[in-house]
Design a protein around this ligand. Structure first.
Ligand code: MAV
Length: 326
C-alpha cells in the first residue's frame, strides 16, 4: 500500500509539472480616453466577453487616459510585442507598418452610415487585414468606430475660401495629408497628444476629429468652431499583437476572435448613435459653434483623383472599386 501511495504521489507531481496549474494569463490593453469614451467602453466590453467565452483564467489590465501613450506608440508596442497586448487603432496611425491599411479610413471613402455598415459587415477589407498581419504582425479581431469626423478650429472655416491655407493637424498617414492638401488646406502630421498645445500656441489652427474624442479631450477649449464636413465615418479596428496572440491557448484565441467581433459591433452601434447626441451636448453647453460647409460636393470631386492615385500606387484599384460599390 505504501508503495502504491508513493507512485501516485510521484505521478501527481509529474502531472503538476507538465500542466502548470497557474495558466493564468494577463492581457494588457490601452485607451487614450477615460471611462466615458466609446473606445474604452468597447474595450471593457471586449474584456467582459472574452472572460465569458473562455473557460480558463484570464485577467485584463486595461490602462486608460493615455497612461501608456497614444496610438502612434501603441502601434509600435503591438508590432514589437511589448507593453500592451490589445487596443483600438485608427488605420491611419498604422501606415508606417502597413502602407495599404489607411485605405480603410481615408476621408470621403464612405457615402453614409449605410455604406459604412455594408462595408464593415462584408469581408471586402480582408486583403488589408492580411497585409497588416504579414507586415505589422497585428491581428484585427473586430471593428469599432462609427464617429463622423468634422473640422474643428480656432476660427470659423465654412467655405472653400476660408479653407484655403487653413493650418490643420492630420494623422500620420501620407494619404491624410494628400487629401487635405487637395482641398486647399495646409495639413501637418502632429502626434495626437500634442495637438491641443499646438492649437493653443498657434502652430496649427485646428484638427479634424469625431464628437466622442472632441468631447473627451476637450479640444473645443482651444478650437470651438466645428464645421460639418462629415468627411469620414471612422473605422477603428480592435487589434491584437500577433506576438502576444500566438502565445495564447487555442481556445483563448477563439474566445478573443468571437469577443472582438461582438465588442466591435457593440462599439459601432454605441458611437454612431451617440455622435449626434454629443455634438448637441457640446453645442447646448456653448462649447462649440456649429456651421455647415458651403460646398461639400466640391470637396468630394477634388479628393476622388487623390484616392484613385493612392489606390493605384498600392495595386488596390479593384479593392477601392469593391468598397465604393458596396
Ligand atoms: C480620435 O480620437 C480617434 O479616431 C483615434 O482613433 C485617432 O487616433 C485620433 O482621433 C486622431 O486623430 O489621431
Amino acid at each position: 500500500l505504501k508503495q502504491i501511495a508513493k507512485v501516485t504521489l510521484i505521478g501527481a507531481a509529474f502531472a503538476a509539472l507538465a500542466t502548470p496549474a497557474s495558466a493564468d494569463t494577463t492581457l494588457r490593453g490601452a485607451s487614450m480616453f477615460d471611462e466615458q469614451h466609446a473606445f474604452t467602453k468597447t474595450l471593457m466590453k471586449f474584456d467582459e466577453l472574452v472572460t465569458q467565452y473562455y473557460n480558463g483564467d484570464v485577467t485584463f489590465d486595461l490602462r486608460l487616459n493615455g497612461e501608456l501613450g497614444v496610438e502612434k506608440d501603441y502601434v509600435t508596442f503591438l508590432n514589437q510585442g511589448v507593453a500592451i497586448d490589445y487596443t483600438i487603432l485608427a488605420p491611419s496611425n498604422m501606415a508606417r507598418f502597413a502602407p495599404s491599411i489607411p485605405l480603410m479610413d481615408m476621408p470621403f471613402l464612405f457615402r453614409d452610415l449605410d455604406h459604412w455598415n455594408a462595408v464593415l459587415s462584408s469581408n471586402v477589407l480582408a486583403p488589408l487585414e492580411k497585409e497588416l498581419s504579414e507586415k505589422a504582425d497585428i491581428v484585427i479581431v473586430g471593428y469599432a468606430g462609427g464617429g463622423t469626423r468634422n473640422l474643428i478650429s480656432s476660427e470659423k472655416i465654412a467655405n472653400m475660401d476660408e479653407l484655403a491655407g487653413h493650418k490643420m493637424r492630420v494623422m500620420g498617414a501620407p494619404i491624410q495629408a494628400q487629401i487635405f492638401n487637395a482641398i486647399g488646406a495646409a495639413p501637418s502630421a502632429i502626434a495626437y497628444n500634442e495637438v491641443y498645445n499646438a492649437i493653443q500656441t498657434g502652430v496649427v489652427d485646428g484638427l479634424e476629429n469625431e464628437a466622442a474624442s472632441i468631447q473627451n479631450l476637450k479640444f473645443y477649449e482651444v478650437a470651438p468652431y466645428l464645421t460639418k464636413t462629415a468627411h469620414s465615418i471612422t473605422v477603428r479596428p480592435i487589434v491584437f499583437s500577433g506576438k502576444s496572440y500566438r502565445k495564447l491557448p487555442k481556445d483563448l484565441q477563439a474566445a478573443i476572435m468571437k469577443a472582438g467581433k461582438e465588442a466591435g459591433a457593440f462599439g459601432r452601434e454605441l458611437e454612431s448613435r451617440e455622435d449626434a447626441i454629443k455634438l448637441k451636448q457640446m453645442a447646448d453647453a456653448g462649447q462649440i459653434k456649429v456651421s455647415e460647409f458651403a460646398n461639400r460636393e466640391k470637396l468630394l470631386e477634388m479628393v476622388k483623383p487623390v484616392q484613385d492615385k493612392y489606390a493605384a500606387s498600392l495595386n488596390a484599384t479593384d479593392l477601392l472599386t469593391a468598397i465604393r460599390n458596396k
